[in-house]
Design a protein. Structure first.
Length: 550
């Protein structure tokens, strides 16, 4: 038979064990809150981290692709210009013009004489030996007949369709093809011999080897598995960086896709390429030649780092849950109910809400802890406010910086576009600031910038926005103001600055003005227009106001 003490002890043990399981116990509440407080922010932060990392990787890849496509387009254009220059030099040779002139029937050439043919062939062979980039050089008379070749017996050649064009001095460029005999990609280029606009005395035609160009594409290919294709406006692939084979020349983009890629020049887009791969790509036309450079990165490579980031994030979340659960369980053993308010306040701060000010309702350790907590939150709140202010403020002039300027400008573009209103922007540049700075020192230059900023603030309305664009350039946005009125206000700013007294001499401004939407329908285009007007003012002598051209 159990004693009363034993029974009481057993009941107390059962009550304690049941208390562990009760959902309304303080300990369990603290434990559950600690787990949720760690889990929810972790998941949100993990999700946003995933999205931001994805955007960052995509932006980095897009930047690389835009650079590759632009550089490749320049390299291809340079390569074509070099070949064009070579062929023009060949075509202007006295050997070519004299012998082609003798072959013309009008010059009395007899078909039984082969001296002009032989001289031409010898000349072309000697040139071919010195220029190995050309697979074959041929001379074609005015009727399109091949009369001489660097390889001896001349063969027929498919000339580009524009070779008979008499206008100007064209260089005919064919479509790349696969030379089965030589097992290499080539392209036919032709330049006229003679300068007559009505009748050519002949043409110099070259089968140009594309190995060097293919090596350039391969060298400039982005990433580890990126591709660079050279295609025509019709979508047919001329050359690829992956392999120089006949199969490459059989690939073809849909023409509308090529046009959309070229239209999207300046940004990268996702699509399926000619090999069926999901890629991020950028296209850029080769100026004046009808060719398009397409740079691509497989999406698998672009986002390869995301899998590792997901694993690390998951481990961090699990670790945080374990730590939070352990701490919540331990705190639940010792902390009393009045500290619930402090727990809730801490949760708000952990989620980014610094608008917390707990009432000090008790003395002792709890009251002291509450005061310390409130002081900490106040400092965090003040620190964050200061950081936010510093992040959008220029430290020297106290004006908004370029980051804040771009945000405000884009917002005004959206507002004015929605309301069909106009507004004007101006960019002011201190004339000869570098010479002034070098001559009188940085403190004097800083004082000039501060005074210019003060003049702009005194000249602006309450609704205007002023920022330091960078260096010695300043930005002023004037809502509901046209270009003409903005130019008048800019002239007033110059006059106000002219009235300022500077220790080291007068300071003047050159100002460019642009209006939305007359000079641009986006923030970047408005800045570009105003900047162009500013440099026009610089070219015309400085210390003046110029309005952007429509």
């Amino acid at each position: 038979m159990n004693s009363p003490d034993t029974t009481a002890t057993q009941r107390l043990g059962v009550t304690q064990r049941l208390g562990i399981l009760r959902p309304d116990s303080i300990r369990n509440k603290i434990l559950a809150f600690a787990i949720l407080a760690a889990l929810l922010p972790s998941l949100v932060l993990a999700w946003f981290s995933y999205l931001e990392n994805k955007r960052s990787l995509e932006a980095k890849a897009a930047e690389e692709l835009l650079g590759v496509s632009a550089q490749t387009a320049r390299e291809v254009d340079l390569w074509i210009k070099e070949r064009r220059y070579d062929l023009r030099v060949f075509a202007s040779s006295y050997e070519v013009t004299e012998n082609l002139e003798r072959i013309r029937p009008a010059a009395g050439f007899q078909s039984g004489s082969d001296r002009p043919y032989r001289h031409l062939a010898d000349f072309l062979s000697s040139v071919h030996e010195r220029f190995p980039d050309y697979g074959e050089l041929l001379a074609v008379d005015g009727g399109g007949r091949v009369v001489a070749s660097s390889r001896g017996q001349p063969d027929a050649v498919a000339l580009p369709p524009e070779w008979r064009d008499p206008r100007g001095d064209p260089v005919a460029l064919g479509r790349p093809y696969w030379n089965r005999d030589a097992a290499r990609p080539e392209v036919v280029m032709a330049v006229p011999v003679g300068i007559a606009s009505e009748a050519r005395i002949g043409w110099i035609v070259a089968r140009v080897r594309l190995q060097l160009l293919a090596e350039t594409l391969d060298r400039l290919a982005p990433g580890e598995s990126g591709l660079v294709f050279l295609a025509g406006q019709d979508g047919r692939v001329h050359l690829g960086s992956d392999e120089n084979s006949a199969a490459t020349l059989e690939l073809r983009y849909p023409p509308e896709d090529i046009q959309s890629r070229v239209t999207a020049e300046g940004r990268a887009v996702e699509y399926a390429n000619v090999l069926g791969q999901a890629v991020l790509g950028s296209a850029r036309p080769v100026s004046g030649h009808g060719w398009v450079v397409v740079a691509e990165l497989p999406l698998a490579e672009v986002f390869s780092a995301l899998a590792r980031i997901r694993q690390v994030t998951l481990m961090i979340v699990v670790g945080m849950l374990v730590v939070a659960g352990s701490l919540g369980y331990a705190l639940g053993l010792f902390i009393v109910r009045p500290l619930d308010r402090l727990t809730h306040g801490a949760a708000k701060v952990a989620s980014g809400d610094f608008a917390v000010d707990l009432p000090v309702a008790a003395g002792g350790e709890v009251g002291y802890l509450t005061e310390v907590f409130n002081n900490m939150v106040a400092r965090l709140r003040a620190g964050r406010a200061e950081l936010e202010r510093l992040s959008v403020t220029d430290f020297l002039t106290g004006l908004s910086n370029r980051r804040r300027m771009m945000e405000t400008l884009e917002n005004e573009v959206l507002r004015s576009r929605r309301l069909h209103h106009r507004f004007a922007v101006l960019i002011a540049d201190v004339d000869r600031f570098k010479q002034y700075n070098d001559a009188h020192g940085h403190p004097a230059g800083d004082e000039v910038l501060k005074r210019v900023a003060l003049v702009l603030c005194e000249s602006a309305r309450d609704v205007d926005f002023i920022a330091r664009y960078g260096g010695e350039e300043f930005f002023l946005m004037m809502p509901e103001v046209g270009a003409a009125d903005a130019a008048k206000r800019a002239a007033g700013i110059r006059q106000r600055l002219a009235g300022q007294k500077f220790v080291n001499g007068a300071v003047t401004l050159s100002i460019g003005v642009a209006e939305f939407p007359a000079h641009g329908e986006s923030g970047e285009s408005l800045i570009a227009a105003a900047d162009a007007a500013l440099y026009e003012a610089k070219r015309e002598g400085r210390d003046r106001v110029k309005v952007a051209r429509s």
